[in-house]
Design a protein around this ligand. Structure first.
Ligand SMILES: *Cc1c(COP(=O)(O)O)cnc(C)c1O
Length: 437
């Protein structure tokens, strides 16, 4: 039975009805966010200029399961949930590994990644509370595309600050956002005070996620009935992504498999969190004995860098200007300027507080992979499984291949499951540059 499975699907009525909240199950209490001026714990009221109350409640909630509103669930179904789990039979054969490799298809949403899972929930809670306008930042454009689409679904105006280097080199996601009706600016921009200051000191600045966040927050707080939306890092974002892992648990159960290793790439940590948190809870209850592996680029080692002193587990800002609350995270420092690596979604300077804490507590492991190996892994996956992965997802694929080759050496029939966080059809320029097409 297990041997013949190629694709595990779920019915529409198996789309999760609740999100799993890991806060009550963390090994220690999550250190509170601190106010940037007073360094006192941030209260729910402090977040209100930025987020609607429904999301703030989730940010602090200690309830293990939180109901998914029916309108959100319907929208998730409309954009393609539940997503299938595939077995990578041809990749296994190509590698000659006894391991069984599965991957969860978060590449199938209209925006091409897992990000709509939270974009839809965030747009909904804002719309419910009468917010009319959302602002955000985007790197390569995946988050901006997801939020633009979600805002269109709920009738909200959307303003996106896109990191300038991507804005110039990746026009297609900009067109996707405009297609959905968003207002898109290259960041640093002249539309905000912080953008103007940044350009005054460095007129050719290519931007960073940290700078774009500062601009989006400034725009949200200075516009009436506008709020800000973040695509990763915060607890409520991790929460919304758990539909991925809950579906995976149901899918593994259907084929009577238990994952030995679960692998996800990490930028801010949300696809990894959504994919693994429900399984981390199953492991805590004694039902699984899985290793959880977060994969980051060698050039942005926010977790792997802690061991060698390049990164630290400490309070840091989420943005460059220092406007956000301080969060306890594995961080390279909020002024970290990443190299222009080809995986825009993995360039963030820090890691979600929940994922950082799990790493510090030894509940999850991390690995760093280099750019050459990553792109080759993506190409091997395209040629064996027929799907062109996002460069971000290729980091997870690269690690999955390494684990499958290790299993070949030891002859172990390991069950390896990774999250295919997105497709790479709008990232073909990166592959072309890398391979010299
Ligand atoms: C944004 C993005 C990531 C990284 O963000 P996380 O919050 O770490 O998930 C990974 N893969 C894809 C396809 C993305 O769009």
């Amino acid at each position: 039975m297990v041997k013949d499975v190629i694709k595990v699907t779920l019915d529409v009525d198996e789309v999760p009805r609740k999100w799993y909240n890991i806060l009550p199950d963390l090994p220690e209490k999550l250190p509170p966010a601190l106010h940037p001026a007073t360094r006192e714990p941030v209260t729910p009221a402090d977040w209100e200029p930025l987020f609607p109350k429904g999301l703030i409640r989730q940010e602090y909630s200690e309830e293990r399961y939180i109901d998914i509103p029916e309108e959100v669930r319907e929208a998730l179904i409309a954009i393609g949930r539940p997503t299938p789990l595939h077995r990578a039979r041809r990749l296994e054969k190509h590698l000659g590994t006894p391991a069984r490799i599965y991957f969860k298809r978060e590449d199938m949403s209209p925006a091409g990644s897992h990000k709509p899972n939270t974009a839809i929930a965030q747009a909904y809670f804002n719309y419910k509370e009468g917010v009319e306008h959302l602002t955000t930042e985007t790197g390569a454009g995946q988050w901006g595309s997801a939020l633009s689409a979600a805002c269109a679904l709920f009738g909200l105006k959307c303003t996106v600050f896109m990191v300038r280097s991507s804005y110039d080199s990746k026009p297609y996601r900009k067109y996707v956002m405009k297609m959905y009706g968003a207002d898109v600016s290259a960041s640093p921009s002249i539309k905000t005070k912080f953008g103007q200051q940044t350009l005054a000191t460095d007129p050719t600045c290519g931007g960073s996620l940290g700078i774009a966040i500062s601009e989006a927050i400034e725009t949200a707080v200075s516009n009436k009935n506008a709020k800000y939306s973040l695509g990763s890092v915060l607890n409520h974002v991790m929460l919304h992504q758990t539909v991925i892992g809950e579906e995976v648990m149901a899918q593994m159960k259907k084929i009577d498999e238990k994952p030995d290793v679960m692998i996800g790439c990490v930028g801010g940590g949300s696809n990894f969190a959504g994919f693994t948190f429900p399984a981390i809870y199953e492991k805590k209850k004694g039902n699984l004995d899985t290793r959880f592996i977060a994969v980051e680029p060698e050039s942005v080692p926010s977790m792997t860098g802690v061991a060698c002193g390049k990164a630290r587990y400490e309070y840091d800002f989420g943005d460059t200007a220092g406007m956000t609350p301080l969060l306890k995270m594995c961080t390279l420092g909020h002024d970290f300027m990443p190299q222009a690596i080809h995986a825009g979604g993995l360039r963030y300077h820090a890691m979600a507080p929940t994922v950082s804490l799990l790493h510090q507590a030894g509940s999850i492991e991390c690995e760093a992979v280099g750019q050459d190996a990553t792109f080759k892994a993506g190409q091997m996956f395209a040629r064996t499984e027929g799907i062109i992965p996002a460069p971000e997802s290729s980091h997870a694929i690269c690690s999955a291949i390494n684990h499958a080759l290790a299993a070949k050496k030891t002859g172990e029939k390991k069950v390896i499951v990774f999250n295919l966080s997105g497709h790479g059809l709008l990232d073909l320029q990166n592959y072309a540059d890398m391979f010299g097409f």
